[in-house]
Write a protein that binds this ligand. Structure first.
Ligand code: CA
Length: 232
């Protein structure tokens, strides 16, 4: 299956350059010159990943991500010339998965796109069921009693990594090197993401049932909550 990428970027030449690099790598892409146009393309088409500029005419990239995350976990790579945007993305938990600063080498961006697409598709286990939740590894979704729980794709990946190793305590460093690999971020991000995941799945995030803190070791997924036969 060919991957499809949406490029939301108002600098036409830059968007076309990225498109050419992706094409050479066998990845199809569409270009939206504004956030509004991007959202309307998303209404009618499915994309595996979104490359997003922040400074856009009309609605900016931040508003775009917030709107998108109400309904979708599609991975987002933010591309921006403003380094301060990096802090905003992290600080507000915008639900973006990566941050790339302009100017960038197209080859580097394409490599990151590849890595993100690969991670969103690998894994032989298809579904992990715990409590009222169902984590669909390949479909990249989490549902609670059949209702979609919206996670950013990094939140999804952290949860997936823990849920696929139930009962095993994992240090923030282990989780970080597995989920983030060589991408933007640092090990303190792990605690931020665990906190966000807990807010979405735990009834009392301070006394977590699913993603537990093991003092001195890190985090572990509570194996007692996994339904028998739930991991396929
Ligand atoms: Ca721009």
């Amino acid at each position: 299956m060919t991957a499809r990428v949406l490029i939301v970027e108002d600098e036409r030449e830059l968007a076309e350059l990225v498109q050419i690099y992706l094409q050479n790598d066998g990845v199809e892409s569409s270009i939206a010159g504004s956030a509004e146009q991007g959202l309307s393309l998303l209404d009618s088409e499915t994309f595996d990943l979104i490359i997003l500029d922040i400074n856009l005419p009309g609605m900016d990239g931040f508003d775009f991500v917030q709107k998108l995350r109400r309904t979708s976990s599609t991975p987002v790579i933010i591309v921006s010339a403003r380094e301060a945007d990096e802090d905003i993305v992290m600080g507000l938990g915008m639900g973006a998965d990566e941050f790339v600063t302009k100017p960038f080498a197209p080859k580097v961006l394409v490599a990151r796109i590849r890595a993100l697409l690969r991670r969103s598709r690998d894994g032989s286990t298809t579904v992990v069921r715990f409590g009222p939740f169902q984590l669909d590894i390949n479909g990249y979704t989490l549902t609670r009693d059949g209702e979609r729980v919206v996670l950013s794709s990094k939140e999804f990946e952290v949860l997936r990594h823990l849920a696929l190793h139930p009962g095993r305590a994992m240090s923030p460093h282990q989780i970080y090197s597995e989920v983030w690999q060589n991408e933007f971020g640092d090990v303190t991000s792990v605690a931020v993401y665990v906190r966000r995941i807990r807010q979405k799945i735990e009834s009392d995030p301070r006394r977590p049932l699913y993603v537990q803190t093991i003092h001195g070791s890190g985090y572990r997924f509570n194996p007692d909550t996994i339904q028998a036969g739930g991991a396929v």
